[in-house]
Design a binder for this molecule. Sequence first.
Ligand code: AMP
Length: 391
Amino acid sequence: MSEGQVRPGSTIGLLGGGQLGRMMALAGANLGYRFVTLDPTPDSPCGQVAQQIVAGYGDKEAARELAHRADVITYEFENVDSEVAALLEELSSVPQGSKLLHTTQHRLREKRAVEAAGVKVAPYAEITGEEQLREAVSRLGIPSVLKAATGGYDGKGQWVIRSEDEIAEAYQTLSSSGAELVLEQFITFDKELSVIAARSPGGEIKTFPAAENIHYGNILHASIVPARVSGEVQQEAERLAARIAESLEAVGLLAVEMFLTKDGELFVNELAPRPHNSGHYTMEACTTSQFEQHVRAVCNLPLGQAKLLSPVVMVNVLGEHLEPVVQRMTSGKWLEQPSAETADVVPKVHLYGKSEPAPKRKMGHINLLCRDVQDGLNWIKQTNIWRNQQG
Ligand code: AMP
């Protein structure tokens, strides 16, 4: 056994019990690991397939209990309370450490870390007051994007400033939460791409093929792999993600979201030190899934091959899509009139076990294995389930 390995049969403690934790536990169970999750919602998606401690994320007693029950600890979201992170590091083994969390919890720190890795981000300015925002807008241009440096997700905590008249309101709205602010130049992108990199404690790095991501209302709708970009861009995107993972000495997964411009330039938008929605396609379409890879990395096992086995389109199932998806899944009849192409599409459904299918809530996803990604996209259109989201 290699030094410092966490062997099958051990228990992995997981901060957060959502769908990412659930899929990590399912993948880890295949390798013989047990899981205990800490999450405030009883019967959480992960709690349905693992042991669960029901308590708030900031509850120190519960964190102690988690450390006591687990041989190694990981997390499924980046907004881990810093005191809890420090406590867990003291009491247990947290191979990811807390440094990467600290970096990725704050957009300014994150941007500086990406730049330090020699990778480009959109030009930006730290915003400390309304007058200074005015000055920064005139420098970075209109439109530009004002973002809260902490706590935002799925486009929340952001304001696209499209005219000087909006500056005061944008500033007041976003600064009211007390968060620090950052202004970014608006990048007119051709495509949004993401790459999931994995790094082991010993420094081995593997990257998954780049995904082309389609968002609607700031929520991921679909990931297309291979991304419909040149082979050079695909390789460059993987190379940049690997470089960032190496520079940050990440352990486990690091998801890197990027903008690709018409001129072929790549700008990093955001990092996430965890499994990522845009990596769900790996579950059936790659030789190793992102979830297995993460478990391998935090347990210090050799990383798996991250090769693509089939073209794939991943489509998210939000609350408003759940009922028609379940109805068609249970009847087995997805398409009224499949064409030669769409008849060959193989839908692999993943539902997260959430009981409240609120609109926009992520309830599951479907990986569409296909001969060509266009067939998968046609399949989505032909089901009519996502009819409000066809671009
Ligand atoms: P974020 O929360 O940073 O991932 O941003 C959510 C979405 O807003 C992104 O997926 C982009 O579609 C858009 N967006 C964010 N920042 C920029 C930017 N600087 N330029 C253009 N679009 C952006």
